[in-house]
Write a protein that binds this ligand. Structure first.
Ligand SMILES: [Zn+2]
Length: 247
């Protein structure tokens, strides 16, 4: 294949722009914000689960507390009634009086038990509510970090997109000046050779595979017509001769 030496040199410009776009795309895919957002999202989900568990525990304890409250209230009402009967002189026989007093005593004991249980439930609830508050605070912190990180990611993505757009426009402009046959070969090689389809021959070294060319190959390239498109014998990339080729 033949191409004017100027076209071959401009192909190196196209290569440089393509490599710049590749680097930008790599940067876009590997922004540290992506990993940070993933981690924060995982933590947020775990916290959400912890909060649901703690809320369930709290509402269970709330029901328990209400039940104890009701029981305490019932015992108190019963005691008031007994007390009124005692004070109202409605109790006839000593046997009945004895029964009543014994019932009041047992109600007292029951009240003490229930009040202890109530206190315990209240303490447990206080503990769980303290834990819930800490979990919710941590969640709020995570959500705020997530928002900050997403904003930073979006700003970086915006900058990269603008840079890619600018570079792609330059690339299209430069590529438009090249013969289509040369571009097709370059694109094909670029796809099959890790993004580099054309490389300069620099001081006897292929800048595509970074191997030093042997004397035979260098002689062959030196003897080739300036508009012949030469290829690296090692990596098959288009090898562009420049003023610094060392031939
Ligand atoms: Zn090479």
């Amino acid at each position: 294949m033949n191409a004017a030496p100027d076209d071959q040199l401009r192909l190196l410009d196209v290569q440089e722009l393509d490599s710049a776009i590749d680097r930008l795309e790599h940067r876009r895919a590997t922004l540290p914000e992506h990993a940070a957002i993933e981690q924060l999202t995982e933590r947020k989900s775990a916290l959400g689960d912890d909060i649901v568990r703690a809320e369930t525990e709290d509402s269970d304890l709330g029901r328990e507390q209400a039940k104890v409250d009701t029981d305490v209230e019932q015992v108190r009402a019963r005691m008031r009634r007994d007390q009124q009967r005692l004070e109202g002189g409605q109790v006839g026989s000593p046997k009945e009086l004895e029964n009543l007093q014994s019932e009041i005593e047992s109600l007292h004991r029951r009240q003490t038990e229930l009040e202890d249980a109530e206190l315990e439930v209240m303490e447990q609830r206080e503990e769980i509510q303290t834990r819930l508050a800490a979990l919710r605070e941590e969640l709020a912190g995570i959500e705020s970090s997530l928002a900050d990180t997403a904003a930073s990611r979006d700003s970086a993505l915006g900058e990269i997109a603008a840079e890619i757009e600018k570079t792609a426009a330059q690339r299209a402009e430069t590529a438009a000046t090249l013969p289509s046959e040369l571009l097709e070969l370059y694109d094909k090689l670029r796809t099959s050779s890790g993004g580099v389809g054309a490389a300069a021959l620099h001081r006897g070294q292929c800048q595509g595979c970074h191997l030093q060319l042997n004397t035979t190959d260098l002689n062959r390239i030196r003897d080739a017509e300036p508009d012949e498109v030469v290829r690296c014998e090692e990596c098959r990339r288009i090898l562009v001769r420049t003023a610094e080729s060392g031939i």
